[in-house]
Design a protein around this ligand. Sequence first.
Ligand code: ZN
Length: 410
Amino acid sequence: MYDHRRLGRELDLFDTDPLIGAGLPYWLPDGATVRHTLEEYIRGAERRAGYRHVYSPVLGKRELYEISGHWSHYSDDMFPPMDLGGEQVVLRPSLCPHHAVIYRSRAHSYRELPLRMAELGGMYRSELSGVLGGLTRVRAIQLNDAHIFCTLDQVADEARAALEMIRRAYRALGIEASRHRLSLPGPGGKYVAAPEKWSRATALLRDVLDRSGLPYEAAEGEAAFYGPKIDIQVTDAAGRESTLSTVQVDFHQPERFDLHYIGADGARHRPVMIHRSIIGSVERAVAHLIERHGGAFPAWLAPTQVVVLPITEAEWPGAEEVARRCADLGLRVEIAGPERGSLGARIREARLVPYQAVLGAREAAADHVALRLRDGRRLDARPADDVLARIAALVAAHAGELWAEKDAEG
Ligand SMILES: [Zn+2]
């Protein structure tokens, strides 16, 4: 595997500047393309799974976090509050309190549950400057987050569905979980005290894991301060493990924010809150993808998906036409002409681009392209429209393979 910090700079994906500050990376156009595409994939998967998206501000009053419990359990990781006209405002350490308040702002009937609220939103962590680096330890985080407000009876199905979304996303992204972990409270940690709620939430998650057939290990001291969680762990280039995805069951925040719904009996009931994240923070997910693939992202995620290679100047008009058709199909395309060196040199330069469309005099005359795949496979020249439509279909399907084996020749 690779070091994402080095590759991130070499491939012009992201960088940092001391004037902006440590732990505050910025995204260059190619990195921003990867991030945007990843975020859109997540939003699409969430829409299909019945989530509705919201936006909420990255700031909140100190009181909000006093109610949620972050202030008393998590303030070491929070930025100091800002004084604003006699009020204290803080950069949020999580999205949960905002979502609880959004839920509370409208009356809800049992018929609306499970109510799935999602957001890709900013949050902040006051990491010490000594531990900052690349995209894995940052102070400004874009979190893929969602909260499911549901009845106790619905918790298991919702947690299972979240695990299934995570499994599918990993397949599309070409990444693998190193293990599943049931994260429990441990001695000495700062946890909210409610033994009965902890054991009920733990039993629910344990049951979901047992029924899933996934091997897992329980780990003490890794829970959130408000409840236990299922963590999906990945391993980085140096062999260090970190948490990418989580599913958490929370009885605490619904009570702190006095959330309720009207049941079939006409009475008020307390919902359960499931916190779940498919890819965790966008920063950590992209760091892992860079290391996992060495910059050769799955085709649907690649900054440039097709490079058109006219062999000589004479094929320029044909190359422009192929590029235009790619763009019309929504593909990210670039032309690398003979002014950039020999064909071999241009192919080497484009080694991370999944599809390399070579255009010589014969291909240009017949409106064909000879396709080379990033993995070294070469396909015979065939009609340009067929090739481009096939690429577009593979990209739209978030396919892991560059080409279906039966179609590849040579
Ligand atoms: Zn949450």
